[in-house]
Design a protein around this ligand. Structure first.
Ligand SMILES: C[S@@+](CC[C@H](N)C(=O)[O-])C[C@H]1O[C@@H](n2cnc3c(N)ncnc32)[C@H](O)[C@@H]1O
Length: 226
């Protein structure tokens, strides 16, 4: 399967389906609504799903969407042209969205193709909002995770926010991916941030559940205060 098909299948098997309670989605949507700030938005490891999160961000002037693969841009463009509003998108729109669908899907954007785990996460300008939904869970060890978190934070404007959600792999899925991300705990995130007074952890919550891949999702929000 090519990248376009893989990323589309991922959406079809998750967010294109009807909303299901208990898997952390409503908490992520609520956090985006509550903590995001007016201005611009950088979405790291965006896949084809940025418009779902965009529904919950108010007053976004422009967005920079970044993923490892060039084919991702085709999927993003398709979502935009369809003004997709089914499944979890319908749920997000009806429960968390304050603007209209035309405004969501007409937000100016640029797509950047970049290997964010190999290259430094550094962009030419700084942003009001930076998100990674499902990217840093792919870091192979806590050391790389820590480096990447601080790279991400360097892209924030003062008072800007970094909104994060990382799914935690169960042992079976860890073996398949050859990535054990069980080091992503509340304590670990609190500890690495305690070393830096420029950044404040404003929210952290692990939503626990058990399905065939995950033990839960860690959701956390970091603000640049200085
Ligand atoms: C779990 S998916 C999440 C996609 C999307 N953020 C969402 O909320 O559904 C992880 C995404 O990260 C991207 N990704 C994986 N490794 C990457 C890397 N090294 N650099 C940039 N993007 C990467 C994948 O292509 C994929 O789109």
């Amino acid at each position: 399967m090519n990248i376009y098909d893989i990323q589309k299948k991922y959406l079809e098997q998750s967010y294109f389906l009807d909303y299901r309670d208990g898997y952390g989605l409503s908490e992520i949507l609520e956090v985006l609504t509550k903590y995001s700030v007016r201005g611009d938005w950088l979405d790291l490891g965006c896949g084809g799903n940025s418009y779902l999160w965009r529904m919950c961000l108010n007053h976004i002037d422009n967005m920079t969407l970044v993923d490892k693969y060039s084919a991702t841009s085709i999927l993003i463009n398709e979502m935009k042209n369809k003004q997709f509003k089914k499944g979890c998108y319908k749920y997000a729109f009806e429960n968390f969205c304050c603007s209209n669908i035309e405004e969501i899907y007409s937000t100016p954007y640029e797509y950047v193709c970049k290997d964010l785990l190999k290259e430094e996460i550094l962009f030419e300008k700084k942003y009001n909002n930076v998100s990674q939904i499902g990217l840093l869970g792919l870091c192979e060890n806590p050391h790389i995770f820590k480096i990447k978190i601080f790279e991400i934070l360097k892209n924030l404007k003062k008072k800007g926010v970094s909104i994060n959600a990382n799914w935690l792999f169960n042992s079976r899925y860890s073996e398949i991916l050859n990535i054990d991300n069980s080091y992503i705990t509340e304590l670990y995130i609190k500890n690495i941030l305690s070393e830096h007074e420029n950044y404040q952890l404003e929210y952290i919550n692990k939503i626990k559940f058990n399905d065939e891949k995950y033990t839960g999702v860690m959701i956390y929000v970091i603000r640049r205060v200085k």
